[in-house]
Design a protein around this ligand. Structure first.
Ligand code: HEM
Length: 202
């Protein structure tokens, strides 16, 4: 099998793995098979899904480097876009099913629940990364493209705080996620260091 064929198959599997669970979850919610509170269930599912996909996006370059499979890097854009897709459905579900598209209620939520601010900041970053992900945007941004896309690192922390803060009781799961995110950031410490100290950039 050529690398192009392999990449095609890997991308097909990514589409399948990303689209099947979200479709099933909506189906279960609509047909009342998603627990006592189907709206909460779908908000939680898409939120965790977006966070998982964000973490996988951060892992892609490490996996490609470790297994010496440079072609694997070409899956990162697709996984990143699915992260944005899950995050967008998460926000939309909240705004639609919980707030009935009422902007004033959204402002009230922002005042009442500060963790929403953090989710929104994370979402704004993911939005910018998604709209600057096409190849023409990459060409246009040139060297600045990487600087813009490094914002995925602060986004991972903002989303984590949003997740942690939204949990009222058991924090075991958020702590496991924190460990994973901090390990990934540690692996990328040189790149992050160069980004934060522009004088040392090559
Ligand atoms: C405007 C932006 C956002 C809003 C309004 C929002 C809203 C919410 C709400 C209402 C909850 C449920 C809290 C509860 O159980 O009471 C939640 C949980 C969560 N959100 Fe968001 N969110 C936003 C952005 C994001 C983004 C960008 C991500 C990930 C990339 C994310 C990931 C999560 C996670 C992981 C949870 C916890 C789910 C769970 O406990 O199972 N959120 N969010």
């Amino acid at each position: 099998m050529t690398k192009q064929h392999l990449l095609w198959w890997v991308k097909a599997v990514i589409h399948l793995l990303a689209l099947t669970p979200i479709t099933l979850n909506y189906y279960w919610s609509i047909t009342d098979q998603n627990g006592a509170d189907p709206v909460k269930a779908i908000i939680h599912f898409t939120g965790i899904g977006a966070l998982n996909l964000l973490i996988i996006t951060l892992m892609v370059s490490l996996i490609a480097k470790y297994f010496k499979k440079a072609w694997f890097m070409q899956t990162r854009r697709l996984i990143g876009l699915y992260c944005f897709f899950y995050a967008a459905t998460h926000v939309l579900n909240f705004w639609w099913f919980e707030l009935n598209f009422q902007f004033t209620l959204f402002i009230e939520e922002l005042v009442k629940r500060p963790y929403i601010w953090l989710g929104m900041s994370g979402f704004v970053i993911l939005f910018v990364l998604a709209v600057t992900s096409p190849f023409f945007a990459k060409r246009k941004l040139g060297k600045n493209w990487q600087l813009v896309h490094n914002w995925i690192y602060p986004a991972s922390l903002l989303v984590w705080i949003h997740f942690y803060w939204s949990r009222k009781a058991d924090i075991t799961e958020p702590l496991i996620y924190l460990l994973i995110i901090l390990s990934l950031l540690w692996f990328k410490r040189d790149k992050i260091g160069r980004w934060l100290k522009p004088n040392t950039r090559t």
